[in-house]
Design a protein. Structure first.
Length: 400
């Protein structure tokens, strides 16, 4: 059975061209980029080529690109750098719907005495500009607001946010991990100081990330040691992964030049067909302004885990915002922040497509999923009115 992979916001397959570009760096080209000899020099040159490829994808200058170990490291570094380079400022502003790479790092800093503010979103997962205006002050070292959400795909108004922050002299970091390669990014036109990318979300391998730092931004390294990355991120470079990421960025730029309409049309076909054939199904998030590859659909009165397990039997991979599958005891913090009812959160499924997704695969999901929903609802021992009470009790038990 061939896998139908619709979980590309979790991770993506490494593109064959990327694998090919990386292979020599595991075999004959194993030099250390810091070595004086020609052998090391070759590797150094290839890292710089990859840096230029990454820079080109987001409209940056190569020297503004720092290679890191992952998106999480990029996010942590951005915030740490901001607070360390502005020691008098003790406030960090972010949103309730960020990835745990930001949220848990902010919690960590809160425990050390920093003031952290988490901005709310509305029921469609949209950014609240008034809340931003109310929350920033002279004590604010940095605001970190994600470019687009990993669960709903909702895109935040980064340009507008950046203008407000810069007018107040506040550093702005955006987590663009879900955006790079999916829609065009041009940091020349975006008022952001720092921006995070993760290789494995755009068909490069896991274990490689990027932090873009605008020229002139005060920066304090997070990893201290050797002089790699011009002293901004110590540690011997992961050459093969860097080369792979460079290639993936080059491929993404070519794909983006064709536009994103075909990908969005596949997603919309899936969404429309499922909404039509499954009663009590709703799309979570602002459908007008989201990534072209993502849809989060709640199938009320069914558990997301059960849906995923049944889909898995057909070789279909997706993910859910319900508790067990999200790897935490609590159901999706993103859907909770949006005020989505518990009955809908528990039945939420995220489908995230890629440029490798085919029409045939989408048609197969449209064929397979509606009977699964009907079957699961028929097994449910609860009337709909009792379902909500049951889920609340379940969540309370899991939190104990
Ligand atoms: N930020 C967002 C929005 C993400 O979706 C993820 C991963 O899912 C990360 C950060 C973390 O990236 P990494 O897995 O490279 O650490």
């Amino acid at each position: 059975m061939k896998t139908i992979y619709l979980d590309n916001n979790a991770t993506t397959p490494v593109a064959p061209e990327v694998v090919e570009a990386m292979l020599p760096y595991f075999t004959e080209l194993y030099g250390n980029a810091s070595s004086m000899h020609t052998f090391g020099g070759q590797v150094h040159g290839r890292i710089e080529q990859a840096r230029a490829q990454v820079a080109e994808l987001i409209g940056a200058e190569p020297e503004e690109i720092i290679f890191t170990g992952c998106g999480t490291e990029s996010d942590n570094t951005a915030i740490m750098s901001a607070v360390e380079s502005n020691p008098a400022k003790r406030r960090i502003v972010t949103t309730r719907v960020e990835h745990s790479a930001i949220l848990n790092f902010c919690k960590h800093l809160a425990a050390k005495g920093y003031h952290t503010t988490y901005l709310p979103v509305d029921t469609l997962g949209r950014f609240n500009m008034d809340a931003l205006l109310e929350s920033i002050d002279d004590q604010t070292a940095i605001a970190s607001v994600m470019y687009a959400n990993n669960e709903t795909g909702v895109i935040f108004p980064i340009e507008e946010i950046g203008k407000i922050l810069h007018a107040r002299g506040i550093l702005f970091h955006t987590d663009a991990v879900q955006v790079a390669g999916k829609i065009p990014i041009n940091v020349k036109q975006l008022p952001v100081d720092m921006l995070s990318i993760s290789g494995h979300k755009l068909h490069a391998p896991k274990g490689i990330g990027v932090l873009y730092v605008r020229k002139g931004t005060r920066f304090c390294p997070y990893l201290i040691g050797g002089h790699q990355e011009k002293g901004r991120r110590a540690g011997t470079e992961n050459v093969a992964a860097i080369v792979g990421l460079g290639k993936a960025c080059e491929l993404a730029r070519k794909e983006l030049s064709k536009g994103t309409a075909a990908l969005a049309a596949l997603r919309d076909r899936l969404e429309a067909a499922l909404l039509e054939s499954c009663p009590d199904a709703v799309v979570n998030g602002d459908r007008e302004n989201r990534l072209p590859n993502t849809t989060s659909i709640s199938f009320e009165y069914v558990e997301g885990e059960a849906i995923l397990l049944r889909l898995n039997e057909f070789g279909i991979c997706a993910s859910s915002g319900s508790a067990c599958t999200s790897g935490s005891l609590q159901p999706s913090h993103v859907l909770r922040a949006m005020g989505i009812p518990y009955t809908a959160i528990h039945g939420s499924v995220r489908f995230s497509l890629s440029n490798y997704t085919t029409q045939k695969e989408i048609e197969r999901v449209i064929e397979v999923l509606p009977p699964i929903i009907r079957e699961l609802r028929s097994y449910s021992p609860f009337g709909r009115d009792k379902f909500e009470q049951y889920l609340c009790r379940l969540d309370a038990a899991r939190a104990d």
